[in-house]
Design a protein around this ligand. Structure first.
Ligand code: EPZ
Length: 421
């Protein structure tokens, strides 16, 4: 097991480059199953969720070649529809994209129920509703999901009960190979959904309207390999923006897309931090004197405030002047990190999906434990802003979604070490 040791009190300063988006990459890699041919994918983040997905695809017969840390070529021409290794599949949530991709490619799929961050039930009823509308029969038994479309997949009009990211992506994958046209209504609009649509179009598919709440897919078109670069990671960008403000720093974040960050930028400005987007279209500068006002946060589907930035933001609010209220509307149990922040002197009360955070003058370093990916990122920010030393356990959660986070923070002046726990 690995831990971080963080010496707090250093103001982050300088510039840092953003990696490719985890939640785009974990959708694009399974999408390469849809074609016979070589897909060259660039700006792939070097994170454990990606490495695990590549291991699963290799197990299924994909031929994968790496070119440096962030570029790979994947050829699924000879993939057989072997059931992906259950122990690997269960370790990440994104493995459920194999269902849509295998259903599209082979007309059937059998995948273990996914794992992923544990903050609530995280059902997949909307995914199943979409697959059934496309003509598949879906069953779940003994922890496995099976989908069969013996007569092939056909286009459909699918209305999602909520703008689910995963369901939108999974249905898009299967519908790309269905005969006929599919419309997804009340679709998710996240940047990584748009990125997948662009990748599918680069392979010869036809996905229109991604980024709006109505996506139209013309299925069954001839498709081929392609070259594609993954978008910058919106959540890594937001995490570093919050870290810059939390340490009263001055950080230029390069390769970030300001248009993806508007909800967070608005809140940082409301708190009294400075955010400059004018430097170049793909960079953001965050500065702060640390004198922050409290604000209220309500997490919403994109373009609302991202639930994945709620945990890091709650740490910044823990030392803002006044009392802040966080309404976590997406997941029912995403406040576990606040127990750890209380150990550091934070004051908060949780009532179901509402957290009330009372600002304190400072946090004090102590041993804390990450309970999921973004909770881990939140604890790193807490360690950076705290007085004294913070030991952070379960760093493997952080490795799932941040590429060499300690290297990036050290390049900004942070005192952070990665050691065996
Ligand atoms: C994706 O999860 C992301 N994961 C999550 O990021 C992110 O928090 C989430 O979207 C919201 O933005 C990946 O992209 C791999 P949803 P997903 O389907 O697809 C309910 C991270 O830190 N729902 O949009 O699981 C669900 O319970 C991770 O990078 C159903 O009820 O999110 C939740 O309340 C954590 N039925 C809400 O919708 C369904 O069939 C949103 O879930 C599907 C979802």
């Amino acid at each position: 097991m690995i831990k971080y040791i963080v010496q707090g009190g250093t103001r982050l300063s300088g510039h840092v480059n953003i990696s490719g988006a985890k939640n785009a990459a974990v959708a694009i890699l399974p999408a390469s199953l849809l074609v016979d041919g070589v897909c060259r994918i660039e700006n792939v983040p070097d994170i454990s969720d990606v490495r695990l997905l590549l291991e699963i695809l290799r197990n299924m017969g994909a031929n994968i070649r790496r070119f440096g840390r962030n570029t790979l070529e994947i050829d699924c021409s000879h993939v057989r529809n072997a059931t992906a290794p259950i122990d690997l599949v269960r370790r990440i949530r994104a493995s459920y994209y194999l269902i849509g991709a295998e259903l599209g490619r082979f007309g059937h799929a059998r995948v273990a129920m996914p794992g992923g961050c544990n903050f609530g039930v995280r059902p997949i009823d909307q995914h199943i509703k979409g697959f059934e509308a496309l003509g598949a029969k879906v069953s779940t038994d003994r922890g496995m999901i099976s989908a069969e479309a013996p007569d092939g997949l056909h286009g459909a009009e699918i209305y999602l009960d909520m703008p689910s990211v995963g369901a939108t992506i999974n249905i898009m994958l299967a519908a790309t190979k269905a005969q006929g046209n599919t419309t997804i209504v009340n679709a998710g609009k996240e940047p990584h959904i748009v990125d997948l649509a662009n990748f599918i179009n680069a392979m010869g598919g036809s996905v229109k309207g991604a980024g709006t709440d109505t996506i139209r897919i013309r299925g069954g078109r001839p498709m081929h390999g392609c070259t594609y670069a993954v978008i910058p990671d919106q959540i890594e960008t937001g995490t570093l923006m919050i870290a810059a403000a939390a340490t009263r720093g001055d950080v230029l974040i390069r390769g970030a897309l300001p248009t993806h960050m508007e909800a967070l930028t608005a809140k940082l400005l409301e708190m009294g931090a400075h955010v400059d987007e004018g430097i170049g279209e793909d960079s953001i500068r965050v500065r702060s004197d640390g004198n922050h006002r409290h604000v209220n946060i309500k997490t919403l589907p994109y373009p609302g405030f991202p639930t994945d930035l709620q945990q890091p933001m709650s740490v910044l609010l823990s030392t803002a002047r006044g009392t802040s209220i966080i309404n976590e509307t997406i997941f029912e149990m995403r406040f576990k990190h606040l127990e750890e922040i209380r150990r550091m002197g934070g004051i908060s009360q949780i009532n179901d999906r509402i957290a009330i955070i009372e600002g304190v003058p400072k946090l004090v370093g102590c041993p804390v434990t990450a309970t999921d990916l973004r909770a881990g990122a939140a604890l790193v920010i807490a360690g950076l802003m705290a007085e004294g030393v913070t030991d952070i356990y379960n760093v493997h959660f952080i490795d799932r979604g941040y590429e060499h986070l300690e290297d990036k923070l050290r390049s900004l002046g942070a005192q952070i070490e990665r050691l065996p726990a």
